[in-house]
Write a protein that binds this ligand. Sequence first.
Ligand SMILES: [Fe+2]
Ligand SMILES: [Fe+2]
Length: 177
Amino acid sequence: MSLPGDPTSRDILERIIRVDHAGEYGAQRIYQGQIDVLGRGPRGDVLRHMQAQEQHHLDTFAGLIAERRVRPTALLPLWHVAGYALGALTAAMGERAAMACTVAVEEAIDEHYQAQAASLGEDEAPLRDTIEKFRGEELEHRAIGIEHEAEKAVGYSLMRAAIKAGCRVAIAVSERI
Ligand SMILES: [Fe+2]
Ligand SMILES: [Fe+2]
């Protein structure tokens, strides 16, 4: 159990950078799947806007992987395929379903980033600030999803719960593997 202000252990730090790199990688792939299906439609621009932010998040964590010498997750090839599939499938179900996917994913990431920020000590204040900044952008993505009628997607509650559960599993395994 760590208290705020405690120095961050190397183990915690590695897990944080590994899983966030994995998550942003997956997020970028989700939007790629959605853009390939819906990119020419009315939601194309907003999807590209969110993808560009995910790309920036990904680039930032890729930089930290190199700089802090953290081993990336061995599961990147899985997130490459699974992220894309989740994006393309929800997009194929319709624009509202695609937005419901964003709401679910971003809610899971918000909880995850919040917990991480709390586990980082003062010695890792810059990383904590980065996570808090990205968390703000993920919450904007969630708001965009709601604004574009995510809640009116057919089977919204079930889909949201299933995708959030999937994200939590992906997070747990990507911290370690
Ligand atoms: Fe992100
Ligand atoms: Fe996001």
